[in-house]
Design a protein around this ligand. Sequence first.
Ligand code: SAM
Length: 336
Amino acid sequence: MTVLTDRLGRPMHDLRISVTDRCNFRCRYCMPREVFGRDFAFMPKEQLLSFEEIERLAKIFVSLGVKKIRLTGGEPLLRKNITFLIERLTQIDGLEDIGLTTNGVLLEKLAGDLKNAGLKRMNVSLDALDEKLCQQINDSGVPSTHILKGIHKAKEVGLNIKINMVVKKGMNEQEILPMAEYFKQHDIPLRYIEFMDVGSTNGWDLKNVITKKEIYTLLSAHYELEPVDPSYIGEVAKRYRYKGTNTEVGFITSVSESFCSTCTRARLAADGKMYTCLFATDGFDLKQLLRSGADDHKLTETIMQIWGARTDRYSDERTEETARNRKKIEMSYIGG
Ligand code: SAM
């Protein structure tokens, strides 16, 4: 089989599928309440891709080289019967891996069902251990103890867990060390994520970004870290290990060390639009094509054309101007 590549020679290896644009958190750096308030028009149900439609598209993406799928959102665990979708996706021939990214609110309740549906691994977002600070950041009153219960439950049922922590100046830098210590003790990999200029409603400013280098310097004063080789080309996190242990800590450096040259990710938003960059402004409406009766051949051709024409390298080219003025799609819509 010839490998489908884009105009910069990058294969299509991963697919992120957003299954809903709704979330039960209102993190200020992602879905600030003043924008995503009571009156915000989320997608009506009929606009969301159905599970059948997602499965059909996923099979086509896999036939074109996708090996990994990640379900995200919004909050993917809010999508009713999400385990049915996972069961279907795990049966796709050629798909090697399915992951899910969640804020963990519903994890304690759903961990067992997710595992039984065939899910193997999961990223849980947690930005602070401090109770009050955690509640403040998610702006929904959910304390860290609740998320931690979900994390431990997920581990107990045998799911592979990684923690994602967005670090933003003035928001949670005092939590960098406590988070490292806690998850080191529990042997759960933690990844620090640089605050990104996704969307256009989160008030992003370069001066609020705490870089990998700064976090690494802080950690190195307390722990001896050694680099871990990437497990595959295009791996997003820069990984390290606490010396003398197998416990890892990593960094997602979209702002300070962009990784566009190895970006192999396609994205499907909850309304069926396909995007080829997290920082995109426009997508292609696959749902419309699908619902107008297009056969698999037509859908395959279309996806090949979209990927084949891809030249995105936003993070390589980011400037203060693009960060501020480009009308990018929101993270809650496309999924992280
Ligand atoms: N609701 C799920 C969750 O909380 O993990 C999945 C969707 S959420 C958009 C995916 C990830 O994106 C989360 O880890 C979140 O913290 C992160 N995120 C959202 N906005 C971000 C930003 N501006 N910069 C960096 N990461 C961000």
